[in-house]
Design a protein around this ligand. Structure first.
Ligand SMILES: CC(=O)CC(=O)SCCNC(=O)CCNC(=O)[C@H](O)C(C)(C)COP(=O)(O)OP(=O)(O)OC[C@H]1O[C@@H](n2cnc3c(N)ncnc32)[C@H](O)[C@@H]1OP(=O)(O)O
Length: 386
């Protein structure tokens, strides 16, 4: 079957390791992640002629200044404006540019240098409803909003704190095998349940920890990929949906149920074939909604799925195999690139300490950058070619 991204391959993945703090600026971290991905692919910087920068907190920098900083003479540039959905969207745009002959080798990258003051300012303003309705009441930031979503999910579906806790514990188990993850100590369900309250019902480990880091992948035309020694991946399908109308105004928002059928149909595969899922885990409840929308479990039943299935590397469908944002850290402005990186690294066989035996996997993204329901959702299915 002729795919959506015929003639395009993912050939490398790299990271600037996550850390709590660093003196290195965001451009430096992007350079480090890009250099690691290019070294992984076996390509020099001079081969790069396309760039997708997916950090949504980039201003006053922008994609041209990043290209300038990295010394890339670009024939394709993209800048992500879609929050945590941007990584997948940037990858898809870069793949289209290669498919259509605009460029041959594109870096898709993001990094976050994490400045506490700028971060707090952003969290109070980065979404219309938080800025205009919640922050003025002293209920600002993403923690306040997702506390409401979490409570709603609990009341509607009967989820318990233990269900969210099991999710966080599984991700920590995955992070312990990832040398680049921020969190290095085990987390028990008891630790989770007794952690400090943040915004009821959220506890500390329901929240991502903002950090420094960068993620990158390299896309190339089949012609370029054929000259490289390593394995390569196909993007079987990538979908995005924005401002997805919710039939139910009280449902936890998210558009994956609106893109899921198309995604699997265009990829020619089924949810049960997935060998991992890299979900956008800003809060466990959003990962639950992604599992449901993307057909990994029944609608409204993710909490039961988490009770009955091991989501760690030991289980049949490992989730967030590097620890996800909840346990590897949230290089928060990176537009969901952690999931894109982890999916590519796993399939390329370049996930030291945590490598799965896999050929096919799912990644999804989520951006909460507009008013209440004007959200950005994305997902992609990647396959190893050889
Ligand atoms: C982008 C999109 O479209 C959608 C999204 O992603 S929305 C999500 C955006 N991100 C956020 O909102 C960030 C959420 N996190 C937070 O606000 C903060 O981490 C928090 C309020 C949960 C905790 O902050 P805090 O109470 O000030 O903790 P702080 O005093 O900094 O740290 C105390 C300890 O807890 C640890 N810690 C802090 N946050 C942690 C977290 N989230 N998880 C685990 N440990 C954490 C620290 O490492 C520190 O440990 P040590 O004493 O061992 O050094």
């Amino acid at each position: 079957m002729a795919g959506m991204f015929e003639g395009v391959r993912i050939v490398g993945a790299g990271q600037a390791p996550y850390a709590k703090r660093s003196e290195r600026g965001v451009q430096r971290l992007m350079y480090e992640a890009g250099a690691a991905a290019l070294a992984d692919a076996g390509l020099p910087w001079s081969a790069v002629d396309g760039l997708a920068v997916t950090c949504f907190l980039l201003p006053p920098d922008n994609a041209p200044t990043v290209a300038e900083h990295l010394g890339i003479e670009a024939r394709f540039l993209f800048q992500g404006l879609y929050g945590g959905a941007s990584g997948i969207i940037g990858m898809a745009h870069a793949a289209r540019a290669i498919r259509d002959g605009a460029c041959d080798v594109a870096l898709v990258l993001a990094a976050d240098a994490f400045d506490v003051a700028a971060h707090n300012e952003t969290l109070d303003r980065f979404n219309g409803s938080i800025k205009e309705y919640m922050s003025p009441q002293g209920f600002g930031g993403a923690n306040g909003m997702f506390a409401l979503h979490t409570r709603l999910y609990m009341e509607r579906h009967g989820a318990t704190p233990e269900d969210f806790g099991r999710f966080c514990v599984a991700l920590r188990e995955n992070a312990l095998r990832n040398p680049n993850a921020l969190f290095k100590t085990p987390l028990t369900l008891d630790d989770y349940l007794h952690a400090k309250p943040i915004a009821d019902p959220l506890r500390l480990y329901d929240c991502v920890m903002p950090c420094v880091g960068g993620d990158a992948i390299v896309l190339a035309s089949e012609r370029v990929a054929a000259g490289l020694k390593g394995p390569s991946l196909r993007i079987l399908a990538a979908e995005e949906i924005h401002n997805y109308p919710a039939n139910d105004p009280y449902a936890v928002p998210g558009g994956w149920s609106g893109l899921s059928d198309r995604l699997y149909r265009r990829a020619g595969v089924e949810p049960k074939q997935m060998q991992f899922a890299q979900l956008y885990d800003d809060y466990p409840v959003m990962a639950f909604v992604q599992m449901e929308g993307l057909g990994l479990c029944e609608p409204g039943r993710a909490h039961e799925y988490v009770r009955n299935n091991d989501l760690s590397w030991r289980g049949a469908l490992p989730v967030n195999t590097g620890g996800g944002q909840l346990s590897a850290g949230q290089a928060g402005a990176s537009g969901g690139m952690i999931g894109v990186y982890e999916a590519a690294a796993q399939l390329l066989g370049r996930a030291p300490g945590r490598q799965l035996d896999c050929r096919l996997g799912l990644v999804s993204g989520y951006g909460m950058v507009a008013y209440g329901r004007g959200l950005c959702s994305s997902a992609a299915i990647l396959e190893r070619v050889h």
